[in-house]
Ligand binder design. Structure first.
Ligand SMILES: [Zn+2]
Length: 65
């Protein structure tokens, strides 16, 4: 019996993220803010491209300390 490699059928295409600014799914949302809390895990916030443009948000990965 030949065991074929299982083609894991991942849904091709965009993986949608959530935009915390317009409160909806977005294909362009990136992490822009991490709110550290005293206890428990920090809160992460994602914004999509249009929201980042409107609000002048900078992606977390591009922010300089
Ligand atoms: Zn948005």
């Amino acid at each position: 019996m030949a065991k074929t490699t299982d083609p894991v059928s991942a849904p091709a295409g965009a993986t949608y993220s959530w935009c915390d600014w317009h409160k909806g799914p977005s294909g362009t949302a990136v992490l822009v803010d991490v709110i550290e809390q005293g206890s428990g895990p920090g809160v992460t916030r994602y914004a999509c491209a249009p929201c980042r443009e409107q609000r002048g948000l900078v992606p977390f990965s591009e922010q300089q300390p």
